[in-house]
Ligand binder design. Structure first.
Ligand SMILES: [Zn+2]
Length: 190
């Protein structure tokens, strides 16, 4: 149950705004798809970068890096938008038989740090049952549990919770030339 208590992300000196993803995509409000969005605005005008971590919470490097940026970095030029825990549902459980810890302890820059670790897939509590097999947008046939892999929601939205929420941030890097909600979100630099 401790896994449902997420570690605090403490905005550092460079954070100028803390928002929710549902501020931009209201359909995520009140769902596990909602998550914190940290904005680091530099003093000088410039480009905009969107950094998404925590797609697969059992792979902690992305989330940890995004969190270190939020807690420590100061932007001088342009804007950096960071979503450290993109897949909140995945952070609420671990995968049975994988021996993944719920938390990990280490130190960064001399400071102790506790990070959340979770599952590659969204929590079955949020989306169940799995199909026996799952066909991806690219027509690849995978195990049915892959329908709870938010990475598979690239470029498409479906009735599944994983896709409804994952497509919002996934399309940032995979829009394949077609403007998406998240592209507009990043370009408009909220
Ligand atoms: Zn991954």
């Amino acid at each position: 149950m401790d896994q449902r208590n997420h570690e605090a992300i403490n905005p550092g000196p460079g954070v100028t705004q803390v928002r929710k993803l549902s501020d931009y995509f209201p359909k995520l409000y009140g769902t596990k798809g909602d998550t914190d969005v940290f904005i680091l605005q530099g003093k000088e005008p410039g480009g905009c970068v969107l950094i998404v971590g925590g797609t697969h919470p059992n792979e902690p490097a992305g989330y940890t890096t995004a969190r270190i940026i939020v807690e420590n970095f100061v932007v001088e030029k342009g804007k950096v938008v960071v979503i450290p825990r993109a897949n909140m549902s995945g952070f609420s459980h671990t995968q049975p038989l994988e021996a993944t810890p719920a938390k990990a302890n280490f130190s960064w820059n001399g400071k102790p740090m506790v990070i959340d670790v979770g599952s590659r897939l969204t929590n079955p509590v949020d989306q169940w049952p799995d199909q026996r097999l799952y066909k991806t947008a690219g027509n690849q046939i995978l195990s049915g549990s892959e329908q709870r892999n938010s990475q598979q929601s690239i470029s498409r939205e479906s009735e599944w919770n994983t896709h409804r929420t994952g497509c919002v941030w996934n399309n940032a890097g995979y829009s394949r030339g077609k403007p998406t909600d998240i592209d507009r979100f990043a370009r408009s630099c909220p």
